[in-house]
Design a protein around this ligand. Sequence first.
Ligand code: 26W
Length: 829
Amino acid sequence: MKQEVKTDVKADTKKVDAIAFEQQKQEIIKKISGKLRRYFAKTIDNATPTQIYRACATTVKDTIMEKWARSKEEQEKKHNKELYYLSFEFLMGRALGNNLINLMQSDLYREALKECGLSLSEIEEIENDAGLGNGGLGRLAACFLDSLTTLELPAFGCGIRYEYGLFKQKIVDGYQIEMPDPWLEDGNIWEVERPEDKVEVHFNGRIEETFENGSLKFKHTDYNTVIAMPFDMPISGYDTDVVNTLRLWKACSPEAFNVRDFNRGDYVLATKDKELAEVISKVLYPEDNHYEGKMLRLKQQYFFVSATIQWILAKQKRKGHDLFDLPNYVQIHINDTHPTIAIPELMRILMDEEGFGWDEAWEVVNGTFAYTNHTIMAEALEKWPVEMFKQLVPRVFQIIQEIDRRQRENLQSKFGNDWGKIEYMAVISNNFVSMANLCLTACHSVNGVAALHTEILKKETFRDYYSLTPEKFKNVTNGVTQRRWLCKANPELTKLITESIGDKWIVGSDTLDKLMPFAKDSAFVEKFAKIKKNNKIALAKYIKEHNGIMVDPESIFDVQVKRLHEYKRQLLKTFHIIYRYKSIIEDPQNADMTPETFIFGAKAAPGYHMAKLIIKLINNVADVVNNDPRTKDILKVVFIENYSVSVAEKIVVAANVSEQISTASKEASGTGNMKLMLNGALTVGTMDGANVEIAELVGPDNIFIFGLTSNEVLDIYSKGSSGSSELYAQDMQIKKIVDTLIDGTFSKDKNNLFFDIYQSLIIGNNGFSDPYLVLRDFESYIDISGDILLEYKNQNKWNEKAIINVAKAGFFSSDRSISDYNERIWKLR
Ligand code: 26W
C-alpha cells in the first residue's frame, strides 16, 4: 500500500515536471523566433542555419548576462581575494553547447529545436572555435576557468583578443598547409566591449631621472602609445549563479590616423601608425614548446600584462584597498613564463606611480605572484635579448636590472664565489633576460603540472633554486573539465553514468569512483559497449566525409591526437604501423589480423621542418597501407585535418586506445591522456608526465606501460649517445623499418623525401642521433602493441578495463586541480 502511494507521488512529480518542461520549451521557441524577427526579419521556417545559431546563442547569452550582472555586482561589493589568471593563450573552443550544459538547459534547447525540425548539434557546429591557443597550456587555461567558476571562486582570465587564432590546417597532397583563422569575421556573440575600461600602454621612449623632494624620480617620455581595449566574455559554471569573466585585450591606435600626414594628402602613410599599433593583437604565435625571440611577441606580452596590471590596481583603489595589502586581495597567476613581465610592471607602478620604496614593492610583488612551469624542453625556455627589452620597455628593463643586481648579491651570500652557479641562476646573464629565473626569484610559489614533472624541476631544471627556496616548490597535477570532455562530448555516456550513480560526479572529483562495481555488471557493460560503438560510427561517418576513407567501426580505434612534436613521437607510432604492414604482407599466415584504425590529429608549427615532414610521412604511409589489397581490410591510417577543440570532442569519445608515448621525462603532464581515459580509452604510454599517476590509479592491468623510464632517459643523455646507429646496424627488424624511409616504399615519386628523418635517427644533427630515442623504445613498443591486440579480442575484459579507467578518472578533473591550487597557493575563499 505504502509503496503504491510513493509511486503515485513520483508519477505526479513526473507529470508536473513534464508540464513545466513543455512550458519552458515553448518559451524558448518563442524567444528564438522573437530574436529572428527582430534581428533578421525572419521566421524559424525561413531563417538560415547561421541566423538560427545567432538567435539561439543570443537567447542563451541573455540568461547568462543576467547572472553575470548580479555576479559582478556581488563581487564589487565584497572584499574577497580574487584570482587573476594571466595567460598568453586560452583555447576555449565553442561556447554555446558548453554554456547550455552549465545552465542545465541542453535538453530544453535540443527539444525546442527538434520541435522546429532543427538539430541542436548541427546548430552548434556553426559556431567558430575560439582557438586562441596552441595546445596543452591554452586548453588547460580554458578548463581551469570552467572549474574556477563551477567551484564559485572569484577569478578572471586575462589574455589577448587575437584577431586570428591558431592557423587552420589543410592537408594537400599529404602536406600541411596553413590557412588563417579569422574567427571573429562574423562577429562574436559572447563578447562585450568595455571602452570604459580602456587603458594606455607605453612603449619605447626614454627615461628622465630627476630629483624631487630629495628623492630620485623616473619619468618615461617620448614613448609610443597603444590603446588596450578590453573585451569581456562571460564564463559560466555548472549549476551556479556565479559567472566569471575572461578579459581579452585588443590593441588599438590612439588616433584613427595621423592627421598631419592625412592633411598633406598622404593617406597611406596616415594609416601606418594605426596598423603598427593594431598588429599587436593581430595573431597568435603558432609555436608550441619552441621559443624565438621576436620583438612582436615581447610587445604582445607587455601589452596585455601592462593593461591587466593597471586594471587590477585601479579596481583595488576603487574598492578602497590599501595597495600594501594587495596579496590579501589579489593573487596573480603566471601561466608559464609568457606573462612574467607582469612582475617588473607591478614593481614599476608601485614605485613610480604609487610612491612605494623598493623593499615595500618587492614584498607586495612576492606575495602576489605565483608561477606554473609547463615544460622542461630547453628550447621552450624564454630568454630575451637585453637590447630588445631596453628598447621596448626602458623603465621595466631598469627594474629587471635592479632585481638581477640584488639577486646576484643574495646568491653570492649563499653560494660564495660559485660563479657558474650564479650565472646559471641570474635573472640577466650573457645579455639575456631569463624569464624563468625572474619568476623563481620573485614569486611566492612555483609549481610543476604532474608529480614526475615537479620532481624533475626540483632535481634537474631548477635544482639550484630548489636548494635555495625549497618551500616555494609545489606540485599540482593537471586536470580537465568533465563538463566539456564528458557531458558535452559524450552525452550518451553521461546519461548512462548518471542513471547508474547519480549526478554528483558532474561537479568535483570523487564520485566517479562509484562506477567501479559496474565494471563487472553485464547490463552496464553492454550499454557501455554500445555507446562506444555509436561514437565510433559517428567518427567513421566524419572520416568518410572529411577524408573519403571508409573505416570499420568494429576495428580498434587507436588514437594519437596532440601537437606534432618529435618528443611526442608520432614517428614511433608510424614505425609501428609500418611494422604491422610489413608483418601482414610478408607473413600473412602468422600475422595478427585484428582490424585496426590508426587515427592521428596534429598541427605542426609552420616553421618546424621535421614535424611537417612527419605529417607527410604519416599521409604517405596511409596512402600505401589503405590501398594495398593485402592490408586494406585490416589496417587503416587516417590523418584528421585541423585538430582543434571541436574536432577533439568527436575523436576522444570514439577511441579504444590512447597513445601517450613521449620520450620519458619530456611531457610535463599531458591532458589528452586524461580526456581519453575519461571516455574509456585504454592508455598505451611511457612512464612520463601524468601517465605515471594514471598508471598508479588504474593499476598495471588496466594500462599498457612500455619503454625507458625517465631516469634511464636522463642517464642516456648524460652519457651522450642514444646508440641508434648500433641498433640500426645490429637489429634487422629496426633496419628494415628505418630503410623504408630511404628505399622509396613510401615516396615512390621522390626518393629522398624522408632522408632528413633518416638522418636525424641514424646520423644525427650536432652529434646526437635519435635524440628522442625512437629506436631505443621500438622493440618494447612493438611488444606492448602485440599485447593490446591480444587483449582486445576479449571484449568483456576489455570493456571492464575501459570502465575502470572512467571510474578512476575523477582525480583528473580540473575541479581537483583548482582545489589543489587554492589550498596550496591562492587561498581564496
Ligand atoms: C615560447 C614558446 C612556447 C609556447 C608554448 C613555449 C612553451 C609553450 C607551452 C608551455 C607548451 C605547452 O603547452 N606545454 C604543455 O602544457 C600542458 C599543460 O600543463 C602539459 O600537459 C603538456 O605536457 C605540456 O607540453
